[in-house]
Design a protein around this ligand. Sequence first.
Ligand SMILES: [Mg+2]
Length: 217
Amino acid sequence: MTPIADRAFPEAVIFDFDGVILDSARMKTNAYLDLYELRDPEMQARLRRIVWQNGGLSRVKMLPILERELFGRATGEDGIMELARRYADIVDRRVNDCPLIAGAESLLDQLSGTPCHLVSGTPQETLLGTVRAKGLEHRFVSVTGSPSVKAEVFAAIVAAGSFEAARTLAVGDSLTELDAAQKSGITFVGVVPLDEPNPFPADVPTVNDLFGLAQRL
Ligand SMILES: [Mg+2]
């Protein structure tokens, strides 16, 4: 399809939250280490790798993967819910202390007038609480957490706004958001901090922070 020259880019932006708007991704990985009280460096490295490979998943989807891949356990729903409750006790207290990603406020200022949506793997009510605590609620047209599935939410945002998918921009720090964007043909930019490994294929454009993204728009 030939882009319509007089339509702006981006027509809309879909942001992930942890690691994209809020500098909370490392804290949330460390919280899994605390949850399991892992002291063995080899186990710590394995956990970090599993969380990194499955970045962007909700806690109730991440925990069965950790149970299986770290400990070889097929933990039932009750066990996962108890782990999720303990995980929430750790992260939901710490998350409000996390700073915004560098450049977040100036990018959102720059995008004022462009519909911005927030889509996260964090439980809906918890996400809304954090967004309000950070004074960000007026920045987003919609805020969607789990149990909604990112790919479905991305598609619904494009459909509801009658946006051209290629002129819609999704910004994420993990493969979950890249997959969700690609399923709808949405343009994607990854956020990869300078001191973290890049999880994305080589042809995916990335920025180190949101100052970097502001320069590209
Ligand atoms: Mg993230």
